[in-house]
Unconditional design. Sequence first.
Length: 364
Amino acid sequence: MGNEQLEELRGQLDDVNEKLVELMNERAHLAQEIGRVKSSQGMNRFDPVRERKMLDMIQEKNQGPFETGTLQHLFKQIFKASLELQEDDHRKALLVSRKKHPEDTIVDINGTKLGGGEQHLIAGPCSVESYEQVDAVAKELKAQGLTLMRGGAYKPRTSPYDFQGLGEEGLKILKAISEKYGLSVISEIVTPGDIEKAVEYLDVIQIGARNMQNFELLKAAGSVNKPVLLKRGLSATIEEFINAAEYIHSKGNGNIILCERGIRTYEKATRNTLDISAVPILKQETHLPVFVDVTHSTGRRDLLLPTAKAALAVGADGVMTEVHPDPAVALSDSAQQMDFPQFSEFMNQLELSGLYKSKKTATK
Ligand code: PEP
Ligand code: MN
């Protein structure tokens, strides 16, 4: 008997729940409609005066047994969800977001597929210093089975008196070496007007941390048909980083690689603080390949291997690092670049860790 009564009451409760679901969605449709009207009139979606009126109405109509405060609390949640619905509708998902494009974007650089499940390394000197220097690095990378070489031709330096890079001459050296070894080259461009020129020389255009919010540069890079590696700004939030990528995509170029390179914090033990959790967040929020630059994020040779392992373990599509024939005499970042024996050991250790699969045989 008791059980039958319980079943009966539960049945009634289910009916009410069903009606509530219908009513909530009826309300959601109305809220969406209101959102559209407001947006067409350029009005703010959140209206505190209107919310206050609705809360007062609850007080007026409430006959219990729920306390008014309880109902008002529940309704506040409904208001919040409705507002979010209006905003989602309005904002539309970003082009770089997973919401917009659930599948991973694969950036194909002359056959090397970034973001396609296999992890890759980008290595090379901080700066292009001479043909011979780049040639020596290229030979080493080739021996390690790498296909992507970096090297700075335009160097954004803290001091105007430091080596500023070889400029176009540096791009020419990269191009010549890329042809000689069949390597793809990546280099930073700092001026919107240089983007067109860069397309002739490079396989990937890098936009550096200091230029992450140089919107004219982002738009220029978005207007050409060339993959772009975008680095996170020194003090940029993940949201700002994603929006910077959106600037590139919004102009038509969706071949974007995101690169976490450490952010500025109060910690002085490392050059920057590697924000390792940014990697899975960027992977979740966007469909773009995500790299980690272990050189600039740590500024310490002894941390390159552990941070590279961490990056790969946490789901990065690859790692960027700096290699120089003789770091002690490098014109920039001499304290943190690896020489060839160190690089070879770094590669061996990465492979031994099981986190990186050597491509040595594949490229022979
Ligand atoms: C670089 O990669 O050469 C460089 C300058 O890095 P970042 O822009 O991350 O400082
Ligand atoms: Mn450097």
